[in-house]
Design a protein around this ligand. Sequence first.
Ligand SMILES: Cc1cc2nc3c(=O)[nH]c(=O)nc-3n(C[C@H](O)[C@H](O)[C@H](O)COP(=O)(O)O)c2cc1C
Length: 173
Amino acid sequence: MNVLDAIRNRREITKFLDEEIPADTLEKILEAAYMSPSGNNLPSREFLLTVQREKLDQLSHATPFVPWLKEATAAIVVTGRPDVSKYWLQDASIACGYIWLSAVEQGLGAAFGAIYHAEDPAESTKRETLVREVTGIPEDRKIVAIIGMGYPKGEVKPKKLLSREEIVYYENF
Ligand SMILES: Cc1cc2nc3c(=O)[nH]c(=O)nc-3n(C[C@H](O)[C@H](O)[C@H](O)COP(=O)(O)O)c2cc1C
């Protein structure tokens, strides 16, 4: 699959079949994360894969917006390291995009669960604490997102997009 096809086919998928993802498929997705760019090439983001049902169920309570982790058959937790780079959030976010597109290439569906909350430190701490308790991720890491994955169940509705003219500009805004 070429990159543009993966981009066009990508949707947020939150319903999954109860079907295990082969280990080599997950390794390819982790490879995409590992190869993602980072500011000054600093290792400001890390990736934790889990396929354990119990962990995925526990992580589904991290925020009210990730109930689909109860159905997902794998998830990658993406961390950021403010102590390593001022670009930790951008670096982690770019890696999330790589993971998402790579999942599409592998025939999987994926959903993005925001954990880090830039506007509400108390909410962020609450969410991050739950993820730390489940995964052992230490306090000095920010927990940016959990990407849940699995083989998609059911049909995917077409995406509603704003017109291109509202988003894309040439030369002057
Ligand atoms: C930064 C960011 C945060 C998101 N947080 C959540 C989330 O917490 N829970 C969720 O179900 N979807 C979340 N999403 C998914 C978006 O709602 C979804 O990508 C968007 O509605 C567009 O749909 P599409 O992915 O099918 O194009 C998030 C997406 C992004 C990029």
